[in-house]
Design a protein around this ligand. Structure first.
Ligand code: AMP
Ligand code: GLY
Length: 431
């Protein structure tokens, strides 16, 4: 079968790497892809949101399965677009329709969903400019810190954790006054949860589901989890405290009610559900849902998946997931992201990347790269991620970090403390 992946990041490079090993994969295409995916698949110069362009390509190349990487095409309704065209109805797709993608696309909707189905999450209320006065009153009564979230997609920037009521009030007003455009026309005010974060990934065909290996990612730019949020600076899988008992609670209190809730809402959800969780004294609470896989979590989850990914995704897309089984590698995967100096604020692109051919014992996944006349160039804030597999966190991380030192470009930056917090937790668990 011919497959098409939509997206251009490290997540999509990892999907491409894993899918080239699949028994079902004949030709593999990726739109638009990056310099890394070009070595595994055919890059197609189409934006992931160019639905008519993608449709035309799918028909021309007889694509049987489309795998949607990022959230934007999902929230904009790519599944609905395909379902609405008689010539495309037969094409299978991994990724929910626009109604399902509201899990990620509207924080207000997903909080309402969790409340309705008694899924543990932080207490909240939603306000608009029309209810500003009520919102300010509500805000002043909240304990600190307090969390403010733009309702819609804001490229990972729509969350503020305010340490004072004055700061909260200022952010609240500026969000409602259009700081993130349409996305912050509604603002969710949420209780702050204290604990350790982790991400759990579920693949569902709308009835059955499979739980993939969990991961922890590192969102802040600075070491010791300081500075602004990024798309993700590294990830580790498995997570030491996410033992069978804890994942069992996640399944009972969160995953099953989520799948049942979606069905009850008449949403036929086919695709990934990425559940961002806070472990609060051993109890899981949902911080957010995403309608896709995480990036760079995918770069540690898929290398641990022993199952044929193509067969698994096709089973989900065809409603046969109950037949499938998931097998995970017991080893630890660690990934370290190399970013452009200045990211997540302004940064320069087009820097020459050297050293990729010298790294050993790691998987190299490109995030923002392109080919120039004289070789590989940076083409984004997040440039490249290096995944090591090993016996335990130290072993896996050592491989990733040694590789990170060998790759060079001007103003390269990466966090040297990825996974160190988990090593401490692990030492504590072992007493
Ligand atoms: P999000 O964009 O929803 O992933 O939020 C970004 C980050 O803000 C999360 O990864 C958490 O670290 C933090 N965060 C969001 N909501 C909460 C909350 N209710 N309590 C504590 N931290 C939160
Ligand atoms: N790494 C977080 C995300 O993909 O949203």
């Amino acid at each position: 079968m011919n497959l098409l992946i939509l997206g251009s990041g490290g997540r999509e490079h990892t999907f491409a790497w894993k899918l080239t090993q699949s028994r079902i994969c004949d030709k593999l295409f990726i739109a638009p892809g990056n310099a890394g995916t070009a070595s595994l698949a055919t890059n197609v110069p189409l934006a992931a949101t160019d639905f008519p362009g993608i449709a035309q390509f799918v028909l021309k190349e007889a694509i049987g399965l489309v795998i949607v990487g990022p959230e934007e095409p999902l929230v904009k309704g790519i599944r609905d677009y395909f379902a609405g065209r008689p010539d495309l109805k037969h094409v299978k797709m991994v990724g929910p329709d626009a109604a399902g993608a509201r899990m990620e696309g509207s924080k207000d909707w997903s909080k309402g969903f969790m409340q309705k189905y008694a899924i543990p999450t932080a207490g909240y209320a939603t306000f608009t400019l029309q209810t500003l006065t009520d919102g300010l009153q509500y805000l002043r009564k909240q304990n600190l810190p307090v969390v403010l979230k733009a309702d819609g997609l804001a490229a990972g920037k729509g969350v503020v954790i305010a340490q004072s009521h004055a700061e909260a009030e200022e952010s609240f007003r500026s969000m409602l006054n259009g700081q993130f455009g349409e996305a912050s026309r509604k603002v969710v005010i949420e209780e702050y949860l204290e604990g350790i974060e982790l991400s759990v990934f579920v693949l569902t065909d709308g009835n059955s589901y499979k739980i993939l290996p969990e991961a922890k990612d590192y969102k802040r730019i600075g070491e010791g989890d300081t500075g602004p949020n990024t798309g993700g600076m590294g990830a580790i899988s498995p997570v030491p405290f996410a033992d069978e008992h804890f994942i069992g609670k996640v399944e009972d209190k969160i995953i099953r009610p989520t799948i049942n809730g979606l069905r009850n809402e008449n949403i036929q959800y086919i695709g990934f559900i990425f559940i961002g969780l806070m472990n609060v004294h051993g109890e899981p609470y949902v911080i957010e849902y995403n309608a896709r896989m995480g990036d760079p979590e995918t770069e540690v989850v898929l290398p641990r998946l022993k199952t044929d990914l193509g067969e698994l995704l096709l089973a989900a897309a065809e409603g046969r997931l109950a037949e499938a089984a998931i097998e995970a590698d017991a080893r630890t995967a660690a990934t370290v992201m190399l970013v452009s100096g200045g990211y997540p604020e302004a940064y320069e692109k087009g820097k020459v990347i050297t050293g990729t051919e010298t790294v050993q014992d790691v998987l190299v996944f490109h995030a923002g790269t392109k080919s120039g006349p004289n070789g590989l160039l940076t083409d984004g804030g997040r440039v490249m991620t290096l995944t090591g597999l090993g016996n335990g966190i130290e072993d896996a991380l050592g491989k990733a970090r040694r590789a990170a030192e060998k790759i060079h470009f001007e103003n390269k930056y990466y966090r040297k403390d990825i996974g160190l917090d988990l090593l401490k937790i692990q030492a504590g668990l072992m007493g």
